[in-house]
Design a protein. Sequence first.
Length: 256
Amino acid sequence: MIAKKLPRDSEKVAILRFLHEARSDPGRAHIIPMVDSFETDSHLWLVMPCLSPIMFTIAFPDSSRNQILNMLWGLIRGLAFLHKNLVAHRDVKPDNLVIDNNRDLKSIDFDIAVRLTSEDQELEGDYGTEGWKAPEMMRHDRDLMVSPIRCDRWVCGHVILRLLEQTGKDDVLLMQVAEELKSADPMKRPSLPKVLERKENRLLSTKADRTHQIPFNDSMELKGKRRKGAALQHPLDGLSTRVNIAPVPGFWTSVQ
């Protein structure tokens, strides 16, 4: 466990307590849990588990492609959970991502996170880390107003593409989602809950396709004890048609 010192006026503890109440949402598992908190005369203290940084984890070659992809989908699930609860992280970057013993990703560091009234609410001010900011944050206008949730989406896509490149892994759906999230137009960036719905629908579609693909092998018999390659006779006209039945190739296809 680690204890982090916070200013007494920090909103971080209140936000984590608020998120902790939504335990039924599976996305909650991808947010760092708050074990405890306490106050002193001058500071708040937040007690959290001590986990491994994602950059330390992916640096080892024993991380498989599926493990890396699961970590990156964990980033999307965690941020989708925040956004559904109208919380914007505002400092998404690899340094704020950690991995637990099951190699599940969790977002940390809610120092500048904020609660909103809607996903389109815009706030004034410059925040985040250089190199991990949405393009609209780079205008440096004095009266800059941006949507923190839409900025989170852009950075999420940026992080995914950078980590895929760094690990040498790829995934068609994940890369497509990341490119969409990095749209220069904030209004064209898809919501992360919708992204997860798309992924789930794709999985369901793939499972349905598999259900209708029944592989045959040499031990299977057709109706009437006719084996593979046997002639099938029409019962009325006596005409025969030869049907070759072969195993279905690639029955177990990977889900992109």
